[in-house]
Ligand binder design. Structure first.
Ligand code: ADP
Ligand code: ASP
Ligand code: MG
Length: 409
């Protein structure tokens, strides 16, 4: 059997952790399996490298940033190969370029184009455990790229797809995918399984247990994933096409702190203004999420919308530079907000989910700033100071006590 096993930074934080992971890899290998391991940078290394870069420059070159960040994963794979050698096993570490992972050129958010697997196959044929650096690739110029935060998950799924692995296991610091972040909501429950679509929504709405792109790839290439703990033998959560609990109308909640709202006040109340405003943002590749337009009064109206928190500055700058063209009165913005979402595949056919959510927030004394809904999710924007209380009251509403979803079936 061929296994792809990915270990995240939290599972590799110290030399002791590295040996713990090495033992787990050894266990799989000694059973006669082929093993391709994907590793992240140790502990907080990536954040530490970003901090170091920002000490030098507030806006470092994206190419150089990738050059720097990729070193985190390179350290991990070399150390792991050494640890496995110490256990008497054959292992070889490979960078993104060495494993033939070719990507687009967008530094910091590169997309995988293809993986030339010859090198990996020849190492496996030599009975080597292959230790692949996650998160990195090489573009057509031969420059190092990175795949975006959490990108080692994407590397693991992509390798599992091209190698046609029998198993793709994502090892992390929690036992699996929970109904809410278990580090924030103590009553969160582990799910045995979850379908791609719901996991995709949870990931894109802030549940960082898996990178969104990795779930997209898993769905596209039919890779069944298991998320499990690197510290325990617990079964974990299976992520696959369809699950037995499909009818569950709420599967989990997610929170995204990287969000900010912008209000454009007193914009001319005439056709084409929304187009002008949002095309300016689109040209700058700024992703807009929730949009609200007020009913016009006299000759003007207001448009409020959200962007990712790290793009707020850029968005405000573009709009301010085009003030006369758009003809608005002023802009206000707020980055002290979070987006709380309730996600579930059966939501569209179960009325009352929105009112349960609003009731829970009301009972918690929490004000809603904006609301957005889709077939399988409802999101609300709230003040960041309310985030913890909101996560608890909303989770309790759907997952515990007499109002829990089971009781509503
Ligand atoms: P790794 O270093 O292994 O990549 P991450 O920190 O990227 O780990 O992801 C694991 C973390 O995701 C957990 O420690 C947990 O706090 C967080 N998380 C957020 N939402 C969820 C969820 N619904 N289920 C499990 N973990 C979650
Ligand atoms: N080290 C990278 C990050 O912190 C990639 C990963 O951990 O998956 O985002
Ligand atoms: Mg991660």
């Amino acid at each position: 059997m061929l296994y792809v096993q990915k270990f995240g930074g939290s599972s590799l934080a110290s030399s002791e952790c590295v040996f713990n992971v090495a033992h787990r890899i050894a266990e799989t290998y000694r059973k006669g399996n082929q093993v391709v391991v994907v590793l992240s940078a140790q502990g907080c290394t990536t954040n530490e490298l970003i901090r170091k870069a920002n000490e030098i420059s507030a806006s470092p070159s994206k190419r150089e940033m990738d050059m720097l960040l990729a070193t985190g994963e390179q350290q991990s794979v070399a150390l792991m190969a050494m640890a496995l050698h110490k256990l008497g096993l054959n292992a070889v570490s490979l960078t993104g370029s060495q494993m033939g992972l070719h990507s687009s050129s967008t530094h910091g958010a590169a997309r995988i184009k293809r993986i030339d697997v010859d090198r990996i196959h020849s190492e496996l044929d030599r009975n080597n455990i292959v230790i692949a650096a996650g998160f990195q690739g090489v573009n057509r110029l031969g420059d190092i790229t990175t795949l975006g935060r959490g990108g080692s998950d994407t590397t693991a799924v992509a390798l599992a797809a091209v190698l046609k692995a029998d198993f793709c296991e994502i090892y992390t610091d929690v036992d699996g995918v929970y109904t809410a972040d278990p580090h924030k909501v103590k009553t969160a429950r582990k799910m045995d399984e979850i379908c791609y679509d719901v996991m995709l929504e949870l990931a894109s709405l802030g549940a960082k247990v898996l990178a969104t792109r990795s779930v997209e790839l898993a769905k596209k290439y039919h890779v069944t994933l298991v998320v499990r703990s690197s510290m325990s033998a617990c079964e974990g959560t299976i992520i696959k096409e369809a699950t037995a609990v499909e009818s569950t109308y709420v599967s989990g909640i997610a929170m995204d702190k990287n969000t900010a709202s912008i209000s454009v006040i007193g914009i001319n109340n005439e056709p084409g203004m929304a187009y002008k405003l949002f095309s300016l943002l689109a040209k700058e590749r700024i992703v807009v999420d929730i949009i609200l337009q007020s009913i016009g009064r006299d000759a003007t109206k207001d448009i409020a919308f959200t962007v990712m928190g790290n793009e707020l500055e850029k968005a405000v700058k573009v709009l301010s530079e085009n003030k006369s063209k758009l003809g608005f009165e002023r802009i206000t913005y707020d980055d002290k907000i979070v987006k709380l979402s309730v996600v579930g595949a059966g939501m569209a056919t179960h009325p009352g989910v929105a009112s349960m959510l609003f009731e829970a927030l009301y009972a918690g004394g929490i004000n809603i700033v904006m609301i957005s809904t889709s077939e399988i999710k409802i999101s609300v924007l709230i003040d960041e100071r309310d985030a913890d209380v909101a996560a608890h009251v909303v989770h309790d509403k759907f997952f515990s006590g007499s109002t829990a979803i089971d009781a509503h079936k």
